[in-house]
Design a protein around this ligand. Structure first.
Ligand SMILES: *Cc1c(COP(=O)(O)O)cnc(C)c1O
Length: 357
């Protein structure tokens, strides 16, 4: 029988903290495609199955929608009239959209000048109140934690446990889609909520025997924002991958547990490595993700090349956000391939085609 898809809470309601009476705030998030890479494994010259979970196809263009549908649903259930978050951009877009859907207010604290243009535009359109701070995400996060004690607002950062509950459904979808859990799961790590949520999801499914194995979790950071490699929070994180420009991850212990329990590892990559991976995904696979997201593939490619991830492996890389969110980086990436401008006549078009064949 045909069933209209109405979002991840409905789909996985048995595994989520909702009741029959809960009013669900959803934009039909989740159910994102798993795209098997066809050309990049060939370029690497390795026999591996790499799937990308393209979370950029969520309603606001990032995986944050998974957590936000749960967090806002619970905030509304508890009678909250306003939500607040600190954000590098995607959390603010998601919070703003779900608040609009619910008919409540959203306040977002963002680092002045450090969020991608598309994310700012979205957040404005969804009509959130944007508070720009002369500081970074970590400072915004500390302020949000403090102000929530003084004002009637619900925090919807991933320290809100309902965020991780929603986000764990991505692991369910992967297992339900493939019929098994991958051998390796690679993802970018910023505030470290997502790696923690995936691990929670895989553990739940393995415990209930929905899958036989649990993946090895590989968390990849930007070199200038790599507290998990330093072993402690860092003061001034810096990277073009603004979504992971975080020095003091809030899910510190949970992420270490995911790494240790799964037998996985953390690693870090330069901005140049991240941009190469982003361009490769677009150019060779037709998948346009934002820079932070490509960190997962940068890591997978390195570890496949070195043999740390052996041939024969099945690998999932989460592509956390959509490339369209950050048009400025994309234009910089393509600075050498500017469009040609010609006269509007047939000969000129013919010549332009023949010149570049
Ligand atoms: C939030 C975000 C991340 C980082 O996820 P964490 O849960 O903070 O580790 C990575 N990529 C994108 C695009 C994001 O929006």
């Amino acid at each position: 029988m045909h069933k209209h898809y109405t979002g991840l809470i409905e789909r996985y309601r048995d595994r989520l903290p909702v009741s029959a009476n809960t009013r669900i705030i959803s934009l039909n998030e989740g159910n994102t495609p798993m795209i098997q890479l066809q050309n990049i494994p060939r370029i690497l010259g390795k026999d591996v199955d790499i799937y990308v979970k393209f979370e950029g196809l969520n309603p606001t263009g990032s995986f944050k929608d998974r957590g936000m549908t749960m967090a806002v649903t619970k905030a509304v259930e508890e009678g909250s009239q306003a939500i607040i978050c600190a954000s590098t951009g995607n959390t603010s877009a998601a919070a703003a959209a779900y608040a609009a859907r619910a008919g409540i207010k959203a306040f977002v604290l963002i680092p002045d000048g450090k969020i991608a243009l598309g994310k700012l535009a979205q957040t404005l359109m969804y009509n959130a109140t944007i508070i720009q701070i002369n500081g970074n995400f970590d400072q915004g996060m500390e302020l949000v934690k403090k102000v929530a004690n003084h004002a009637p607002v619900t925090i919807v950062n991933s320290i809100n446990p309902f965020r991780l509950e929603g986000q764990k459904t991505a692991a369910f979808e992967i297992v339900d889609d493939l019929g098994f859990a991958p051998d390796y799961h690679c993802l970018p790590v910023g505030n470290a909520g997502n790696i923690s949520a995936y691990w929670k999801g895989y553990k739940e499914y393995a415990l209930d025997r929905v899958c036989g194995n649990r993946p090895i979790m590989c968390g990849y950071q930007a070199a200038g924002a790599a507290p998990f490699l330093a072993g402690h929070p860092i003061e001034n994180p810096e990277t073009i991958a603004t979504a992971i420009r975080i020095g003091n991850p809030q899910s510190w212990d949970l992420a270490w547990a995911a790494q240790q329990e799964s037998g996985g590892w953390f690693d870090k990559f330069t901005d140049a490595d991240i941009l190469v991976a982003q361009k490769m995904l677009s150019q060779y696979e037709g998948v346009f993700c934002e820079p932070a997201s490509a960190t997962s593939l940068a890591g997978a490619m390195q570890d496949i090349k070195s043999g740390k991830i052996p041939e024969g492996s099945k690998i999932v890389c989460t592509l956390t956000g959509n490339g369209i969110k950050d048009p400025e980086i994309a234009m910089q990436q393509c600075a050498d391939s500017k469009p040609v401008t010609i006269d509007a006549d047939l000969d000129a078009v013919k010549r332009a085609i023949l010149d570049s064949l």
